[in-house]
Ligand binder design. Structure first.
Ligand code: SIN
Length: 331
């Protein structure tokens, strides 16, 4: 009797143990995807598409949680949080990696790419792909690029020639190249998080900023900036980034599926980027809140002449051969 009781208790303990163990192994892998822009942007839509594809294909084994609008982390903190394991995927602008690598500063050089097709050619070419690995010594892996588009200049007063920007305060991302670019026209650059830009503009703490049509539209910058100069003077694209510890720790079959979902989501994001570059521009014009200024060739040339000397200043840090490869992509 005593023995059979003992057997029963042992059996129950064993069942409980295996039930707990199988519950533990069935727990899904959670991917927190943190970004700073609105959901109706190229990056916002890319992130949501990635979640949808993972939900459809990975049978609950992986759960993606998307946090837009700096809800979880701003771009300043997100990479630190990633290394600590508090977020698994992010997609910061290429201008926000200064602390991690100097080479990506290449993408901030003013008037580097003539259009998005050139940026795409360069990113998919050998040097572009090599640059994705430039974060590895810091424990980060670049999984691919995502487009947003060419940047425009918005301001409280019309900007036609570089002299119009002199002594004005412009918010910039955390990039020394962008700081040098504005200093080259006698302006005052201020590094500030994206989440603060609208308030800084609304309260007139700054005079202007540079951004893409989709960011200017989705964050309503055009409502507090009466002038936007269509300058196409620089690129705002992204790197999809993860931590090496997280990525290499994924089971092989899951990693392959997650990467496939990311690549497909990027295709959608790039399509949205191309569409929004013209549709959000048009919505801003239609709103009547902001005048879009088109530059003559001679006016644009003045911006080129003032800003392009910045290349020389950063040539050593970025690498001359990288700059040459980017220029070659324009042909
Ligand atoms: C973003 O597009 O992710 C933000 C860009 C910015 O900080 O201006």
């Amino acid at each position: 009797m005593k023995n059979s009781k003992l057997v029963l208790v042992s059996l129950l303990v064993a069942v409980a143990f295996f039930a707990t163990a199988s519950l533990a192994t069935a727990r899904p892998i959670v991917i927190k995807f943190s970004h700073v822009v609105a959901e109706n942007t190229p990056k916002g839509q890319m992130a949501n598409k990635f979640k949808q594809l993972v939900d459809e294909r990975l049978d609950g084994k992986v759960v993606v949680e998307v946090f837009p609008n700096s809800q979880l982390f701003g771009d300043k903190k997100v990479l630190e949080a990633m290394i600590l394991g508090d977020v698994q995927i992010a997609c910061p602008s290429l201008s926000k990696f200064k602390k991690y690598t100097k080479s990506l500063q290449l993408f901030d050089l003013p008037f580097l790419f003539k259009d998005m097709a050139a940026a795409e050619r360069f990113q998919q070419g050998p040097i572009g792909q090599k640059l994705l690995t430039s974060l590895e010594s810091k424990g980060l892996i670049g999984l691919g690029y995502l487009h947003n588009g060419m940047k425009q200049l918005s301001a409280s007063e019309p900007l036609r020639v570089p002299a119009d920007a002199a002594d004005k305060k412009f918010r910039i991302m955390s990039s020394d190249v962008l700081a040098a670019q504005f200093q080259a026209v006698g302006a005052m650059p201020l590094k500030k998080p994206f989440s603060e830009v609208f308030t800084l503009l609304q309260t007139k703490a700054i005079d202007g900023q540079e951004n893409t049509w989709s960011n200017i539209y989705s964050k309503k910058f055009f409502e507090v900036q009466p002038y936007i100069t269509e300058s196409d003077h620089g690129l705002l694209d992204y790197i999809l980034v993860t931590s090496a510890e997280f990525w290499n720790g994924l089971p092989d079959d899951i990693r392959v599926e997650v990467k496939k979902a990311l690549d497909e989501a990027v295709l959608l994001g790039n399509k949205v980027a191309a569409e929004k570059a013209s549709s959000d521009r048009q919505k801003i014009i239609d709103s009547g809140r902001s005048e879009v200024i088109q530059l003559t060739d001679a006016e644009r040339q003045q911006w080129v002449e003032k800003m392009k000397p910045v290349w020389k200043k950063f040539e050593k840090q970025v690498g001359k051969e990288y700059i040459e490869a980017a220029v070659a992509a324009n042909k």
